[in-house]
Design a protein around this ligand. Structure first.
Ligand code: SF4
Length: 496
């Protein structure tokens, strides 16, 4: 059994070191020494190889793991950016031949150069990737991500609903996105404890300096507030050495806090050399022995963000920040009307009940639609009708009923199961729209359909199925049990 699986099973705190695979021999040598050491402050330390994190990552996770001698304990990332089922299966097959069976599945942030106005870029979303990986690796250790650093009900609620789907799809553990808001760490852990079939959680952490904070502000889903920036800049003004030392101390403190909160481990980024790791270890041992309760830790954590003359540091983007359990939002009148209209139309034409739906179904199951010319014409008709109404891109397998008539193709990444981690106060990572999953959350809440967003796993669209009409298949194929929970999709109408 792998060290990570063993530690998670035993409930032993574990550290995972994130490695962005690069060609640089100096970087590889430094990382090699850390990986060989294999522990941090007495806890197991395992390498995790990131995938497609940006222009600088010039090696794939498999090439990266190979460059470090194929450590068997490695956790490999798989990012769904511009990927399909076949890419995941290829990576799994290559991992298998090298004795690797630990995978962290992510939808991924915006692919560099992906412009929503240009050619479509498809993302294999994490829920579907988990389903595929679980099917092909029943005994693999599979992880997925959760970003709890959300400050509006819609985006935060949708994150947790999607996290529930990830557990249903087969995730053995969740890793939190990088964040510094202790209240959100506590909140996410409380959410997990309330889940039936609780799983271990790790949290991403990093030593923060002013330079890193400036770069992280551009990373979707990472929250660095103005007051955090100001404090880090003041530390930097005093001296680089002070800024670096305080960064390491806060990182150690955060890891100690995660352990006290009940996290199974820390996913550490930004440590590249053994001397950096040893400094972190020193700080960790000192803090770990000194702090014994969460209340004590919280006091120390806030104190570590204070400096004479600096404003008080806050970790939330504004004062009206949402917390899990707070329920304020409802769908707008327009959203309610739209849902009522589309669910009525859907019932009339696609319920397979009633004379209109039966007649439509009969016409759609005629053999004529298998002829290329007729299939092409039907595709054009479906696109012509549905594109202006819902933004349809004729994916060939209509998911509108399960997405409360908010078309997944209007998400720039085409995600159907829930949001990526990149929203900022409900705004899409691409900053050109409200996140479609925030809209969907409001509608589901007002229509009493939140269980649909939590329990209905929507499979990925296969590339070969795209750009054809979904109507004949709707009436000929039985949908999988996992996809539609009969009790959940009765779609009661919303009062307009
Ligand atoms: S619409 Fe939402 S899920 Fe889609 S890319 Fe934007 S933020 Fe991510």
């Amino acid at each position: 059994m792998s060290a990570l699986k063993q530690a998670l099973d035993d409930g032993r705190f574990v550290c995972v070191l994130e490695i962005i695979p690069q060609q640089s021999p100096a970087r590889l040598a430094g990382l090699g020494r850390i990986v060989q050491r294999g522990h941090l402050a007495g806890w197991p330390l395992l390498p995790a190889f990131a995938d497609r994190v940006g222009a600088h990552s010039d090696l794939s996770p498999l090439e990266g793991v190979g460059a470090l001698g194929d450590p068997a304990a490695s956790l490999l990332h798989f990012s769904g950016k511009d990927r399909e089922r076949a890419d995941l299966l290829r990576q799994m097959a290559a991992m298998k031949t090298r004795g690797l069976n630990q995978l962290l599945l992510l939808s991924g942030d915006r692919l560099p150069g992906h412009d929503p106005g240009g050619a479509a870029v498809r993302y294999l979303e994490s829920v579907s990737a988990l389903q595929i990986a679980r099917e092909h690796g029943p005994d693999w250790l599979l992880g997925a991500a959760l970003n709890p650093f959300k400050y509006r009900e819609e985006e935060g609620g949708a994150q947790y609903l999607k996290a529930r789907k990830k557990l249903l799809a087969g995730a053995d553990f969740l890793t939190l996105q990088l964040g510094f808001d202790a209240a959100k760490h506590v909140e996410a852990q409380a959410w997990m404890r309330a889940q039936h079939g609780m799983k271990p959680m790790l949290a991403c952490v990093m030593s923060l300096t002013d330079k890193r904070a400036a770069a992280l502000r551009a990373v979707p889903g990472v929250v660095i507030t103005d007051t955090m920036r100001e404090l880090l800049a003041r530390e930097q003004d005093v001296s680089q050495a002070l800024a670096a030392r305080r960064g390491i101390e806060r990182l150690a403190l955060q890891i100690v806090g995660l352990r006290l909160m009940g996290y199974a481990g820390a996913h550490v980024s930004g440590v590249h050399r053994l001397d950096e790791l040893l400094l972190l270890e020193q700080a960790l041992i000192a803090q770990r022995d000194r702090i014994t309760s969460l209340a004590e830790w919280l006091e120390q954590w806030h104190a570590s963000w204070r400096m004479p003359g600096a404003p008080q540091v806050g970790f939330t983007p504004d004062a009206s920040a949402w917390e899990l359990g707070r329920s304020d939002v409802t769908a707008t009148r327009r959203e309610r009307l739209r849902y009522a209209l589309f669910s009525t139309m859907h019932r009339q034409f696609f319920s397979r009940r009633g004379w209109l739906s039966k007649a439509f179904g009969w016409s759609m199951t005629r053999p004529i639609w298998q002829a290329a010319v007729a299939a092409h014409a039907l595709h054009a008709v479906e696109r012509m009708v549905k594109r202006p109404l819902v933004g349809c891109d004729t994916c060939g397998s209509c998911r509108l009923q399960e997405t409360l008539y908010v078309c997944p193709e209007t998400c720039p990444k085409g995600l159907a199961n829930g949001p990526c981690g990149g929203t900022r106060l409900n705004r899409c990572e691409f900053d050109d729209r409200e996140c479609v999953h925030s809209v969907k959350y409001r509608i589901a809440k007002s229509a009493d359909q939140l269980p649909v967003l939590e329990q209905v796993l929507i499979p990925c669209i296969e590339a070969a199925d795209r750009y054809r009409s979904s109507w004949p298949a709707w009436f000929t194929q039985r949908r999988e049990e996992t996809r539609v929970r009969p009790s959940a999709c009765g779609s009661p109408e919303l009062p307009p």
